[in-house]
Design a protein around this ligand. Structure first.
Ligand SMILES: *[C@@H]1O[C@H](CO)[C@@H](O)[C@H](O)[C@H]1NC(C)=O
Ligand SMILES: *[C@@H]1O[C@H](CO)[C@@H](O)[C@H](O)[C@H]1NC(C)=O
Ligand SMILES: *[C@@H]1O[C@H](CO)[C@@H](O)[C@H](O)[C@H]1NC(C)=O
Ligand SMILES: *[C@@H]1O[C@H](CO)[C@@H](O)[C@H](O)[C@H]1NC(C)=O
Ligand SMILES: *[C@@H]1O[C@H](CO)[C@@H](O)[C@H](O)[C@H]1NC(C)=O
Length: 510
């Protein structure tokens, strides 16, 4: 979700020195599908606004992402049509079958299902998601559904400020209930909220992502918001909304539907820039700020003490009741992981009066690696992240819900760097699983080249290329789709036909 941040948009101060993260070849090179434990699922994912299109059709109302995109912030692009999956879902499920996906991760557009954000259900939205889910199930593909993926109904943002208000807890729970009630007979895996930590930082600290709020001197074009307080408020309300939906699920649906409810964290792995103790401490702080912000409340019922100390009154306090509600309220954690970044210590005295999340963290890291055309391939970082979660938080079940390599969308289908990346990262997960990590599934980001939050249609992550110049928006498998298909069919990950003779595969445009 942080893809393609322009260096001058970096929400954290850039360090001056050039990053020198090496491409580390890590772990096992040859493995196959059968090496993973029984029950481990492989899939790919998308989210509603990024692929559905049909933004004004059949009763859907705008979300804050529509508003943000139409204001020119998604690289000048928008999701009005996107991949038109709304009309092409049958075709797309067939493409999933062609690859052999075992599971598919997608999100529901809240404002398609409940156009007012609260109130009556839209029968056409309901019909669409029922059809989509049925199509997956009838082809043996397990649906993994996210309820909120950056696309809050604009109506709720306008009415009470969306995630900044406690009112969201009730409305989100009511929306979740519609989903559990209508789809829970077929959907077993629910993720309530995607990338809550980055949603809060992007949306309320630097203002780069919807709803685009911030206050000076943080972020860009800050005309409304409060970077010192709002990110903490937004995460707090997300944790409460999630927990409330979970409580409802456990009370009314769990015993008949037998499903699982989890929460998603954007998790880059932070390593020290040098072995100097200031950098080592900064990397630990950065991991606690990014991951502990969410994990500590779920596991221990409170924010990390280091965050509470740094943010003081600006971070909300859990009441006894809330702490009890939040603690233990996840069946699994979803991780979106793309790469590892290195971190430098930063003294705290600056910005004493008005601090934001980053100043509280007392760590600087370069986001240049996130802005580059491709991510540095550091699979050892994912391994270390999984080890960290196992050791620090009691080895909760984990799904890698997003992982994939970025490339420029320029029509080439020969995406060897993506194959190398997927091969390396899936191998590091196998290493972690063999050392006891409770990781249960893996989803390539993304199934189709869709609209990216930052950068629009310029960066691409898809296993399938979508030809935006073609009125039919035809899809073409990239080489990575063949590689993944072969892997899922049980061939070696070092599938020589793909690795060594990629140029023999069909090529559409290159
Ligand atoms: C900030 O506002 C200025 C003036 O309105 C505009 O030209 C510029 O594109 C905006 N930048 C961003 C990142 O929104
Ligand atoms: C942000 O909120 C805090 C706490 O209410 C307040 O002290 C500070 O002045 C606010 N900052 C802005 C920019 O409004
Ligand atoms: C830190 O020290 C370890 C071993 O002591 C070494 O392997 C590693 O490369 C060092 N890291 C940096 C960034 O210097
Ligand atoms: C397309 O982009 C990739 C990198 O993402 C590059 O290797 C390739 O040369 C580019 N192809 C064209 C035709 O520009
Ligand atoms: C494997 O797991 C054990 C137990 O959690 C841990 O102590 C050890 O450091 C791990 N090994 C590696 C290589 O990560």
């Amino acid at each position: 979700m942080l893809q393609n941040l322009k260096p001058n948009f970096c929400f954290l101060p850039l360090i001056i020195s050039v990053q020198c993260l090496l491409v580390i070849v890590f772990g096992i090179d040859h493995y196959n599908r059968g090496d993973f434990p029984p029950g481990f699922v492989f899939g790919a994912g998308t989210s509603a606004y990024q692929v559905e299109g049909a933004a004004f059709e059949d009763g859907r109302t705008p979300s804050i992402w529509d508003t943000f995109a139409h204001a020119g912030f998604s690289g000048g692009a928008n999701g009005d049509i996107a991949c038109d999956l709304y009309h092409k879902y049958k075709n797309d499920v067939q493409l999933m079958v062609d690859i052999g996906l075992e599971a598919y991760r997608f999100s529901i557009s809240w404002s398609r299902l409940i156009p007012g954000g609260t109130g009556p259900v839209n029968p056409k939205g309901l019909q669409f998601y029922n059809n989509y889910i049925d199509e997956l199930i009838s082809h043996g593909i397990q649906p993994h559904v996210t309820l909120f993926h950056s696309d809050l109904p604009q109506a709720l943002e306008d009415e009470y400020g969306g995630w900044l208000s406690r009112k969201i807890v009730k409305d989100f729970t009511a929306y979740a209930e519609v989903c559990f009630k209508e789809f829970g007979d077929r959907v077993m895996y629910w993720t309530t909220i995607n990338e809550a930590n980055v949603y809060a930082i992007g949306g309320y600290d630097n203002g780069f992502t919807p709803p685009g709020r911030c206050s000076p001197p943080f972020g860009v074009n800050c005309s409304r918001g409060n970077s010192s307080t709002e990110p903490y408020m937004a995460v707090h309300n997300m944790l409460l909304a999630h927990s409330s939906a979970m409580k409802l699920y456990r009370r009314n649906y769990k015993s008949t539907q037998h499903g699982f409810v989890g929460f998603n964290i954007y998790s880059m792995w932070c390593v020290p820039y040098t072995n100097a103790s200031a950098d080592v401490i900064a990397a630990q702080r950065a991991n606690e700020f990014f991951i502990g912000w969410i994990m500590n409340p779920f596991i221990f019922g409170d924010y990390p003490s280091i965050m509470k100390k740094a943010a003081g009154k600006r971070i909300p306090t859990f009441t006894k009741y809330e702490a009890k509600l939040v603690k233990g309220s996840v069946d699994f954690i979803g991780l979106n992981h793309y790469t590892t970044v290195s971190v430098k210590g930063r003294p705290s005295s600056i910005e004493k009066h008005s601090k934001d999340f980053n100043a509280d963290m007392e760590a600087d890291f370069s986001l240049a690696v996130l802005a580059a055309d491709q991510y540095p391939v550091i699979p050892s970082g994912l391994y270390e992240l999984l080890e960290y979660l196992k050791e620090a938080y009691g080895n909760l079940p984990i799904y890698i819900q997003e992982n994939g390599q970025k490339s420029l969308r320029n029509g080439t289908l020969n995406d060897m760097p993506r194959i190398e990346y997927l091969h390396a990262y899936i191998g590091s997960i196998l290493d972690a699983v063999r050392n006891g990590s409770n990781t249960r599934g893996y989803f390539v980001w993304s199934f189709l080249d869709g609209l990216e939050l930052l950068g629009g249609y310029v960066p691409s992550y898809g296993l399938y290329y979508v030809d935006l110049d073609d009125k039919e928006l035809r899809r073409y498998p990239k080489h990575s789709a063949y590689w993944y298909a072969n892997f899922l069919k049980g061939k070696s990950s070092r599938n020589d036909a793909i690795f060594q003779a990629a140029d023999k595969l069909p090529i559409y445009k290159s």
